[in-house]
Design a protein around this ligand. Structure first.
Ligand code: GAP
Length: 436
């Protein structure tokens, strides 16, 4: 892992963003736990996605489908047959790797210094994670933990259509956990075995021109979303998948990629043209009619789907990497205020002066119903600023002797480090305004 990544992984653990899963038992590869600060960032990320994709639109509704689904779903979706990666095994140590990840293979070969490393022929390896369901040992039903959150939307297409009365084009958004038996989980949370996705399935007329117009629209919307939330433009790009690289369901696929410190341009989010693959396969396998009747044209057809599919954990990782800054002694996270775990930190200038502590506490309590607020009365003010900078708190409020006299506080900005005096009576409105 390179130096920058090591610093981010260490900061994430030390400050309570992300911990290795089941750490006291030696961990479980590809699983991660979000700590007190990480859980805040995760909720903020999901809320931003939901606000943009559902709340602010009239043509998208939400869904929260079950993780466990009838196993026929995964036969119909093609995942049982085709959700595979090519696997090779090192003949020296029998460790297994993705055959298509050349860099990882070369890195591994270098660990066997002086030995000629040979690899087995690539085998296809299914990524679905299996579980057993039922109360009788030996007679459990084999089910899969969902390999993508998408299928919950497609099997509910009719339910959503009938209950919401939406007309095509319209979308169904969902956020939730997915599970993949990744051959080589790694690069911190980038490739995990349990992770969260945030997706939109956008249903359109069965028409190539119409589908591609929406494909372009959603590609650009999603790129704009990452930029607007603060990822630097020079670290983002689009990349089209070659035909032999596309998932089994995709007629066209583009990735939004991020210039990662560990692997160069890396997949951030996928935009896929899924055609009628899912709905027609579920119609066929379930025997249910999943077609759509267009009142205007009096036509009945199976809609096509344009999908945007991003990873919540991958987004958090890339936002942390992008926001990480070092300036002399100071390390700070220039993360957007909408994503930062705390919005404001409140300090009494001196922890041993009851008048200052009481006033600071009153301000802290007054702000709390409106935003996530941190409290710190340890060490000196400089140390407290550095500590909040490192976790990305945009503003620090210091209660000093002027506060007692004039009822104003010092508000210090994380990025510019500029300080201003603001009347206590205006604090809530000021921050609410800045957080909008
Ligand atoms: N429904 C389409 C779908 O799942 P995908 O390209 O396989 O498409 C979409 O996954 C996104 O989910 C990826 O762009 C990535 O952000 C996230 N993702 C996929 N596999 C992941 C993994 N093993 N760990 C973390 N995030 C992952």
């Amino acid at each position: 892992m390179n130096d920058r990544m090591e610093k981010i992984v260490s900061l994430a653990k030390r400050r309570g963003f992300i911990f290795p899963g089941s750490e006291i038992y030696g961990g479980l590869a590809g699983t991660w736990d979000y700590g007190p600060l990480g859980v805040e960032v995760k909720q903020n990320m999901k809320r931003e996605f939901w606000n943009t994709m559902v709340r602010m639109r009239d043509d998208v509704v939400g869904l929260d489908a079950a993780i466990l689904m009838n196993p026929k779903v995964w036969e119909a979706s093609g995942h049982v047959a085709s959700f595979t990666d090519p696997l090779v095994e090192c003949k020296v140590c029998h460790e297994r790797f993705r055959a298509d990840h050349e860099d990882e293979l070369r890195l591994h070969e270098n660990t066997h210094e002086g030995k000629k490393v040979e690899w087995t022929e690539p085998k296809t390896f299914n990524l679905l994670v299996e579980a057993g369901l039922g109360a009788v040992e030996g007679e459990k039903t084999k089910v899969y933990l969902r390999g993508e959150i998408t299928q919950g939307v497609h099997v509910n297409f009719k339910n959503v259509l009938d209950s919401s009365r939406k007309k095509i084009p319209f979308g169904i958004a969902q956020i939730g956990k997915a599970f993949r038996n990744e051959i080589t989980p790694g690069n911190f949370t980038f490739r995990s075995r349990e992770f969260e996705q945030m997706e939109l399935q956008w249903f359109v007329k069965a028409d190539e021109g119409e589908a591609m117009r929406w494909f372009e629209f959603w590609k650009n919307e999603r790129m704009q979303w990452y930029r607007e939330l603060g990822i630097r433009s020079e670290n983002l790009r689009f990349r089209e998948h070659a035909p032999d690289e596309r998932a089994h369901y995709a007629k066209a696929a583009w990735d939004i990629e991020y210039a990662s410190p560990f692997g160069g341009w890396s997949e951030f989010e996928g935009i896929h043209h899924r055609g009628n693959w899912d709905l027609s396969r579920h119609s066929e396998f379930s025997g249910q009619d999943l077609s759509y009747f267009d009142e205007a044209t009096k036509e009945r057809f199976i809609p096509w789907v344009i999908e945007t599919s991003g990873g919540v954990d991958r987004a958090i990782l890339f936002f942390l990497i992008d926001a990480y800054r070092e300036e002399g002694e100071r390390t700070y996270l220039a993360i957007d205020r909408r994503l930062s775990p705390f919005k404001v930190a409140v300090f009494p200038l001196l922890a041993n002066k009851p008048t200052l502590v009481e006033k600071a506490e009153a301000i802290y309590r007054a702000l709390k119903p409106f935003m996530m607020v941190a409290w710190d009365d340890r060490g000196n003010i400089g140390k407290r600023y550095y500590s909040q900078d490192e976790i990305g708190t945009p503003w620090c409020v210091t209660v000093d002797f002027d506060t007692i006299e004039h009822d104003t506080v010092t508000v210090r900005d994380r990025d510019s480090m500029k300080q201003e005096r603001i009347p206590v009576s205006e604090l809530i409105a000021t921050f609410q305004d800045r957080l909008r």
